[in-house]
Design a protein around this ligand. Sequence first.
Ligand SMILES: Cc1cc2nc3c(=O)[nH]c(=O)nc-3n(C[C@H](O)[C@H](O)[C@H](O)COP(=O)(O)OP(=O)(O)OC[C@H]3O[C@@H](n4cnc5c(N)ncnc54)[C@H](O)[C@@H]3O)c2cc1C
Length: 401
Amino acid sequence: MARYDVVVVGGGISGLSLGVRAARAGRQVAVVEKSSRPGGCLYTHRTPSGFWLELGAHTCYNSYESLIELIDALNIRSKVARRIPTKLRFFDGAVLLPGNNLGALIRLLSLRELICAVPRAFGGSKEGQTIAGYYSRIVGPSNFARVLGPLLSAVPSQRADEFPADILFKSRKSRRKDYPRSFTLSGGLTTVVEAMSECPGVTVLRGKGAVRVSHGNGQFSVTLDGGELLQAPLLGLAVPPSEAATLLAAFNPGIATAVSQIREVCVESVGVVVRCEEVKLPVSMFIVPLKGGFHSAVSRDSIPDPARRSFTFHFSAGGRLDERLQIVSRVLGADSRSFEEIVENMTRLPAPTLGHQALIQQIDSQLLGTSLAITGNWFDGLAIEDCVRRSEREWKRLEAL
Ligand SMILES: Cc1cc2nc3c(=O)[nH]c(=O)nc-3n(C[C@H](O)[C@H](O)[C@H](O)COP(=O)(O)OP(=O)(O)OC[C@H]3O[C@@H](n4cnc5c(N)ncnc54)[C@H](O)[C@@H]3O)c2cc1C
C-alpha cells in the first residue's frame, strides 16, 4: 500500500490542476489516470516530423487568469504561442459558404423572422430557459433551428438545445494584457499537461483506473484496477460524472445520487493531416455545419506550418470511420487518400439540462466539511479556465479543514 497526503482520481486538467495546487502547498500527491495518456480532453497528437494537432481543446484566452497563474508557476510562459484569429465559417452540407464571422451569420438568418422576433427579443431572462427556448425567442424558431442552434451546438461539440441558457457564455471580466488574447503553447496544449505531470510533489500513475474508493479512520483507500492500494487523508475526484457516481456510491451514496443525475455524452473526434497543397480552403477556420453529420471542425493553422495542415472534426458517438472520412473529404475538398495521418479520440462531456445548477448546489452543500474534493467540467462550465478555477476553490476548501 502506498501512502500520500492527497490522492486525485482523474488526470485531466481538473485533476492535474488540483494536484499541482496541493503539491505547491507542500503535499505529496498521487494523480491516478486510467489512460496511458494524462490530459483527458487536452490531447495533442504529435507526429514524428514535429507537426502536431489538437484532438480536443485548442484555444486558451488571456481571460483564463487561473490557468495563466498556473502557466507562470510552472515556468512554461516562454512556450506560450499566439494563435492567429480563427474565422467562423458555415458548411451547408455541400459547400463552405462565403463570408466569415458575424457577417456570415447575419447573411444566413431570415431578416423577416428576425424583425418579427424583435418585440420579444429584449428583456427576457435566461433563468429557467433552455438554449432553444431563449434564443428562439430572440432570433425566431426557424432562424434558431437552421443557423443559431447548429452554431451554439458547435461550441460544446454536442447538441446544446436543452442546455440551460445561462451556461454557455461566460463574461470573464478581466484579462491578462501581458498574454496574447488567444493562445496555445508550442507543442500544443499537452505541453501544459506535461509540465503539470512533472511538478515536484506530483506523481502521476498512468494507465491505472480507480475501481473502488472507501473511507474509514480518517483515510481514503483507493483501489486501482491492477489491485494496487493507495491511501490518503484527502481525496479529489476529477472524473466525468458517471464515473464519479460509481466511485462515490461505495462511500457517499448521498452525493452519488445527485451526481448520477448529471447527463453526459461521448464526443468522437477525427483529426486528419494533409500537405498544404492538397487543401485549398482558407486558413484558421472554425467550421459550423448547418447540415452534414458533425458538430464542428477546427483547423490547426492558427499556428501555421509551412508544409502541413490539419483539421479535427467532432462527431456524436456511434458513427463509422469510413463514413466520417467521406464527410471530412467533402468539407476539405480533398481525397481521403491524401490524408497523411488519421487520428481518432473519444472524450466525455457533460450535457447539462435545466436544474443543473440546483444539483451542483446540492453536491456542494454535501461536500462542506468533508475531506473530499470533487472537480471537473460539470461544475462551473466546460472551459479549461472553469476547470482550473473549480479545482483551485476545492483545494482551498480542503486546505482550510
Ligand atoms: C473537442 C473539445 C474541444 C474543446 N475545446 C476547448 C477549447 O478550445 N478551450 C477550452 O477552454 N475548453 C475546451 N474544451 C473543454 C475542455 O477541454 C474540457 O472541459 C476540460 O479539458 C475537461 O477537463 P476535466 O479534467 O474536467 O475532464 P477530462 O478531460 O474528461 O478528464 C477526466 C480524466 O479522468 C480520467 N478517468 C476517468 N475515469 C477514471 C478512473 N476511474 N480512474 C482514473 N482516471 C479516470 C479520464 O481518462 C480523463 O483523463 C473542449 C472540449 C472538447 C471535448
